[in-house]
Design a protein around this ligand. Structure first.
Ligand SMILES: [Zn+2]
Length: 315
């Protein structure tokens, strides 16, 4: 038996045929516009292509950026694709398939979290929280070994935990959300502010962005921090501290045994995780009198979302 994993990204659709162990054995990537019909046609087309080599595809698992209903078919809302408002994504795709199989849709952060849980750093944990530090901050919750979706499919929007009353305005329209302080965008904002305040210490960062602060990007800050640059480290300390505060708040509700931190910035490892662990210890309620959750880097890599979508499609 095989499954087809689909990852609908901002500019492309990636598809992978997975075997029984959720290992991707064949994959294709196709650029697309943010148009619902084109995306459906692209997925259906790639499914037909996969059928030419694999005649035993049992289900299609779709990882989608948006709020996905408890039915695992309907997208309530997506910031990326305007047509996805109470949109039966499964139904629209299923209608286009020559050989019918179920299409199971899951939120992208949930897929990545589940991929980490079954095949990555989460193995062996009972209650795991995954935080994906990318452009924004994604969350996934596993409770008692099961993905927790909430009553309406809206759980684990951890990037929108309100951390600062009347704080920075978030892309979601609310203010002070965690992802305004823990994300690749926050990393860039903290570094840029530090450059303006401390130009004498900014030599290396300015070199990396060719003298134009507006061109400064996360990977440049990661590189500077790994070289020991003081402002690069400062920016990571800032998002690390906010990450620790955010986890302490989550622990007050869920008391997990493990936090898995993923996303592009985790390439710096302990440069992010150490300040996060310290802040977690400091802000955790009854910190000295309770076991602390482990805080570790993700292991399943870039394909965690696909692996998770594949696994969830037949569960
Ligand atoms: Zn928000």
């Amino acid at each position: 038996m095989h499954t087809l994993a689909v990852d609908i990204g901002g500019t492309k659709v990636a598809v992978g045929v997975c075997d029984e162990n959720d290992t991707i054995v064949r994959s294709w990537t196709v650029p697309t516009e943010n148009d619902a019909d084109r995306i459906n046609e692209t997925i259906a087309g790639l499914y037909e292509k996969a059928l030419e080599s694999f005649d035993d595809i049992a289900a299609i698992g779709v990882s989608a950026a948006g709020n996905v209903k408890q039915d695992r078919r309907t997208v309530n809302f997506s910031a990326n694709i305007p047509a996805w408002i109470n949109y039966d994504l499964s139904g629209h795709i299923e209608d286009l398939l020559s050989k019918k199989v179920p299409v199971v849709v899951e939120n992208d952060a949930n897929c990545a979290g589940w991929g980490e849980y079954v095949h990555g750093a989460g193995k062996g944990s009972t209650n795991m929280v995954m935080l994906t530090v990318g452009t924004g901050l994604g969350g996934a919750i596993v409770l008692n070994g099961e993905l927790y979706r909430g009553s309406f499919g809206m759980a684990a929007e951890l990037g929108h935990l309100p951390m600062v009353p009347d704080g920075d305005t978030c892309g979601c329209g609310l203010r002070g959300c965690a992802e305004r302080y823990v994300s690749g965008s926050a990393l860039e904002r903290f570094a840029k502010a530090a450059i303006r305040r401390r130009p004498k210490d900014a030599t290396r960062l300015m070199e990396l962005c060719n003298g134009n602060v507006e061109d400064l990007r996360g990977p440049m800050i990661s590189r500077a921090a790994q070289e020991g640059d003081v402002l690069g480290l400062y920016a990571f300390n800032k998002i690390g501290e906010w990450l620790g505060r955010t986890m302490a708040a989550i622990s007050a509700v869920l008391d997990p045994d493990l936090y898995v931190i993923g996303g592009g910035v985790i390439a710096v490892g302990d440069i992010l995780l150490e300040p996060a662990r310290q802040a977690y210890d400091r802000f955790l309620q009854a910190s000295a009198y309770r076991p602390h959750a482990q805080i570790v880097a993700a292991q399943a890599g870039q394909d965690a979302g696909m692996i998770g979508a594949a696994n969830l499609s037949v569960r």
